[in-house]
Design a protein around this ligand. Structure first.
Ligand code: FPP
Length: 249
């Protein structure tokens, strides 16, 4: 009840004309959330999916244009096989239950990352999500899976070099031309306005290194499974109090 009231208060304070266009989230702290409750790490990930559900709904209602969620990094393969398997099942589980609602709410599913190493079942689930929401024009829900920013930049550099050698692009290419070779560029997704990281870690962890150049950063001690609408509203409210200068005085 008190949370609902706080939410209402925050909603009143938020300027609907200044909603960040692209919000990116490093969802962290699932393991610690579980450990503090004497539960297996999988319970933290399971509850993390509930936060995903709530935050996707809220973001779409707020008319955020793009929500990028860091769901699995290129470094996460180092986790024990059972945990990798568990995490790899989540996109399918989530999309199976949420796809009808995403379609109804005009949400478009997208993906950034290297599909190469992803199990077939993940590619299939994402492909189905992409296909079912292809015509939607509302919020883009962008899952970063097997995503690593250095890998993204490296593949972009390789591809642009090939195109320079093939005479398709001038070697004096611009920053924006280079951006088009990134996963996000190919999808025509603008850079994030706001980056949120949960769980009291103050790192970027190889996430959207190029794209975050001028993003506002917002950190919270709250573990991802406890992150709710109110925290998102708080982050957006704080974002709206900041002056973005993009390097000017
Ligand atoms: C980091 O917490 C979290 C992850 C590596 C996985 C994030 C995935 C989800 C929240 C669910 C994704 C949902 C969908 C629908 C794809 P951690 O395990 O590193 O936590 P710790 O740092 O406390 O150990």
């Amino acid at each position: 009840m008190q949370r609902k009231m706080q939410e209402q208060e925050l909603l009143k304070l938020i300027d609907r004309k200044k909603i960040p266009g692209h919000v990116a989230i490093i969802m962290d702290g699932n393991g610690r959330w579980a450990r503090e409750r004497g539960l297996p790490r999988s319970a933290g990930h399971k509850q993390g999916v509930e936060s995903v559900r709530a935050i996707v709904r809220c973001s779409s209602q707020l008319e955020i244009n793009v929500l990028t969620l860091f769901a699995f990094s290129t470094e996460n393969w180092k986790r024990p096989p059972w945990e990798v398997n568990y995490l790899m099942n989540l996109p399918e589980q989530y999309l199976t239950s949420e796809l009808p609602e995403l379609v109804k709410n005009n949400v478009r599913v997208h993906f950034v990352g290297d599909p190469g190493r992803l199990p077939q079942q993940v590619c299939k689930a994402i492909g189905k999500g992409l296909e079912a929401t292809r015509e939607n024009t509302g919020m883009i829900l962008n899952f970063a899976l097997n995503y690593g920013s250095r890998a993204e930049i490296t593949q972009a550099a390789r591809k642009i070099t090939q195109d320079v050698l093939a005479g398709k692009i001038n070697s004096e290419f611009s920053e924006s031309q280079f951006s088009a070779y990134l996963y996000t560029g190919r999808l025509r997704i603008p850079d994030p306005d706001l980056l949120i990281r949960t769980s009291g870690e103050y790192r970027i962890s190889n996430f959207l290194l190029w794209q975050l150049a001028y993003s506002e950063l917002w950190f919270t001690e709250v573990y991802w499974p406890d992150f709710n609408r109110m925290h998102l509203l708080q982050a957006i409210f704080d974002y709206q109090q900041r002056t973005r200068r993009f390097g000017s005085s």
